[in-house]
Design a protein around this ligand. Sequence first.
Ligand code: ADP
Ligand code: MG
Length: 615
Amino acid sequence: MANSRSSTAAKRRPIRLLDEFSVNRIAAGEVIERPAAAVKEIVENSIDAEASQIDIEFSNGGKSLIRVADNGIGIDPSELPLAIARHATSKIDGSDLLDIDTFGFRGEALPSMGAAGRLTVTSRRQGANSAFSIKVDGGTVSPAKPAALLTGTIVELERLFHATPARLKFLRSDGAETKAIVAAVKSLAMAHPRIAFSLSEIAPGGKPRTVFKVTAESGEPNSAVLERLRKLVGKDFTENSVVVDSQRDGIRLFGYSSLPTFARGAATQQHLFVNQRPVRDKLLHGALRAAYMDVLPKGRFPVAALFLECPPHLVDVNVHPAKTEVRFRDPQLVRSLIVSGIRRALANEGHRTSSTISSAMSGSFRRGGNYKNDLDFRSDRYHLYESREPQARGDGTDRPPSLPGDFPFGDTQDAPDECLPPNAFLGAARAQLHGNYIIAQTTTGIALVDQHAAHERLTYEELKRQFSQRAVEAQALLIPEIVDLVEPERSRLLDSAEALEPLGLVIEPFGIGAVAVQAVPAILGEANCKDLVQEIVDELEDGRPNSVVEKRINEILSRMACHGSVRSGRKMSGAEMNALLRKMEETPNSGQCNHGRPTYITLSLKDIEKLFNRR
Ligand code: ADP
Ligand code: MG
């Protein structure tokens, strides 16, 4: 290898300027690395041309054909040769690259396409009485000539990359390229709710198949955005999300972010936009992750569609040829706006859990006869219900017994409904099942609560609150608990002892191979010190300095909370259960435990009636 390089160097040629065709082919490599990128560039031109309707067609994953028709302002025939020339643009004059309000500005998309494939631009300038068309094929331009077109512009790109066979080899399968095109057009359509979009795939036989189609949204701006997202990302997403709307120092964050219980296994469903530009940006995705750090375990990712709007001079969009990365003047401000905006929105609605969970649950109930299903009312797990003597109904109807009064077990006497506070959406506790599940009657149905998960979240939120006020109450142990620890864990823990003190945990050395726990956070009650210490040691990664402990506090608090929580299996009285429900109602994020699992699910009477074929 070294040999072939040096022999090339030996044949060094004189320095010269590359011809325009070569320059365009090189640029094409960056600007349109795949068909989806070409689609994005062409559609952005239509948006810049103020189109209100954009129709996109493609074949073979965009490799054989991409065609975009718009009803925008069009191009004057005298300017057609310029439109396809390099570094020619109508959008900026070059004087201020930090004040760009169009999507294009580099003037290299069309020439790049003309160098890599066969490009035809047909356009009729608004108000003109005829249309013209110009063609570039592998860099060779044919002069503009009259064409038939009623309005706007049609850009057609055929046989992309046939002039650059090396690039052709790098393309993925038609299916994969199609996926990328759909994703790119959907992103653009999300960001422009006032524009109608259609995307169709033309099958080999020539028959078009509509991939999606959306009409222009009317109505006020916010609801137009939300409505467009509902159509494009889905009702499941919008119904299981919170609306984020935050503002700081002239920057605004708006959109939907999912409830933690609606998370995914990958970060693929995170649509982020800066001034209506779809971006894949480390800073923004990192901020999104940070916003959910507290409520999602590692490996779970929120679904989100979020729009950041800021004055153009606060963001540099000219850092990437395909304009998918941006640079902010004040990255820290942007990050904290995202983190705090999402957290606030989640905290405000933190008691909600994903509705898909209860619909999945009602879907898993089987009516009568299916003994294999765990959740079957007739399975033997529910024998208490089943084995009761059938009730003689005095009212002569076949209505089922009302759940609360007839439930066969549970201490329900100390929670009469009239004592419930007005916002008690988790209702009155009626029973505890299998030592961990509380069944409560709500005004509209029932709630099923996982008492361990719920208690864990409550303890965690309380610990966080106390910690933020530097007031985690420590409970000194009468007899210090001696915990055996091997090296290097022992020294690692002792190195962090100082940082752990504000958390209510007092740890001292105790000879070789052990530490003494002198105090634990009071809220944890009789926590098992040994396990707690061991888990905290696991949290403290190798060789990390003390300051890191501070950063990992939330994780440590979360571990602690898990320890202090009511373990499943503990019997609770009616009063205890109701106290837990009331506390959940007023605690932020109480809809999910620290691991992102739901703490409760609700089932409406309507759902229950459906299960029994009453609806
Ligand atoms: P840029 O968008 O960066 O200006 P392009 O190569 O994408 O560069 O386009 C060159 C020029 O062609 C644009 O500046 C614009 O004037 C014109 N143009 C391209 N597409 C359209 C369109 N669909 N409608 C009207 N004008 C267009
Ligand atoms: Mg452009």
